[in-house]
Design a protein around this ligand. Structure first.
Ligand code: ZN
Length: 353
């Protein structure tokens, strides 16, 4: 059974401007955001107005201090992103060591709006961005870890955390769920998962201020920018040939057959780190300027494309960003095909089915 230490004030409420997001023209961009040259120093959580107490994390038992440390780290990182005009969402993992001390495993931030002048990495949400920092995922003592996120996880991050649950993760802190409900229902259903769900006013303010100021970025970050055109032509064998010429496992192609991002699968080299799955990385490498709903994701595997070969995080990324089509060389297993088709992703195999 999941335990919820503190229920948010509201339910999974969607902000009133949600409908506005979905009606937003694809061509419209937000006004240029300021990029002040702010030194990257830790903005203490208390400095943005709010105090948390160890008692808030009592549901985590011996791991309460690790939970507090994790959410402070995530909120600090989110506040720094906010100060730079970036999306203020972050994640952090902290482990409780045998001597009771806390050890930081990873901290990461949303990468849609990059720190530099690069193209952005849209599959880095706070959670996935943090997990991508881990060099060897199997070396992490997940049963001793508390993972914290500043905002309720989306389906991509939820599927990633569900994978970490298979490795032993049992503790999660969510700083706020008012700005975005996410799929915490799936997380709450995981056996043994303890969730401390806070409604932290500074975190809510930070999220909603960003959503009001940059609604296009906010909507794009959850795949809610509608496609400006429908995909008509799709030559699956030709796309697979082009992907193989790039020596890649997955690639994102535009309607003219041009690859805009590709990747090889690096899970075997990173202790089965779920965010190193080829499809998720290819979507990240395609950058923030493209709308995946106008593009084709091509994946090359030897046999049937199933949940294991595709990766749970890649499935979540496709459920969130919804490519117009997924091309595979052979059959696609129902466990993968069904959830993708449920969100409107067209499945095409090179054999023509
Ligand atoms: Zn997410």
């Amino acid at each position: 059974m999941s335990s919820v230490a503190r229920t948010a004030r509201g339910c999974d409420c969607i902000p009133q401007y949600w409908g506005f997001w979905t009606a937003f023209p694809t061509s419209m961009q937000d006004t240029p955001r300021p990029r002040p040259n702010i030194p990257i120093s830790i903005v203490r959580y208390s400095a943005i107005g709010g105090v948390m107490h160890i008692e808030d994390f009592a549901a985590l038992g011996d791991h309460a201090a690790a939970g507090l440390a994790a959410v402070e780290l995530a909120l600090d990182a989110g506040a720094r992103s906010s100060a730079c005009g970036r999306i203020p969402i972050a994640g952090a993992a902290v482990a409780r060591a045998a001597d009771g001390r806390s050890r930081v495993i990873c901290v990461g931030v949303n990468g849609r709006i990059p720190e530099d002048s690069g193209p952005g990495y849209p599959t880095d949400h706070g959670e996935t961005g943090a997990i991508r920092q881990i060099a060897d995922c199997r070396a992490v003592p997940w049963s001793e870890v508390v993972f914290a996120t500043t905002l309720s996880p989306c389906i991509m991050c939820t599927r990633t955390l569900m994978h970490l649950h298979t490795l032993g993760l049992r503790r999660l802190v969510i700083a706020e769920s008012e700005s975005f409900g996410g799929r915490k229902d799936l997380l709450q259903s995981l056996p043994g998962m303890q969730i401390v769900e806070l409604t932290h006013p500074p975190a809510v303010d930070m999220m909603q201020r960003f959503a009001r100021t940059y609604p296009w970025d906010w909507a794009a970050d959850i795949g809610e920018i509608p496609p400006s055109r429908l995909l008509v032509n799709l030559n699956a064998p030709a796309l697979l040939t082009r992907l193989r010429a790039l020596d890649a496992t997955a690639g994102v192609f535009d309607e003219n057959g041009r690859c805009v991002g590709h990747a090889r699968d690096r899970r075997a080299e990173t202790g089965d780190n779920p965010v190193q799955a080829a499809a998720l990385v290819a979507i990240g490498n395609a950058g923030s300027a493209i709308n995946l709903r106008e593009h084709i994701l091509v994946v090359d595997v030897a046999d049937t494309l199933d949940l294991e070969s595709f990766g749970a995080s890649s499935l979540g990324a496709c459920e969130l960003f919804r490519p117009a089509a997924l091309v595979a060389p052979g059959p696609v297993a129902p466990a993968l095909r069904d959830p993708l088709e449920a969100v409107g992703v067209r499945i095409v195999t090179a054999a023509g089915s």
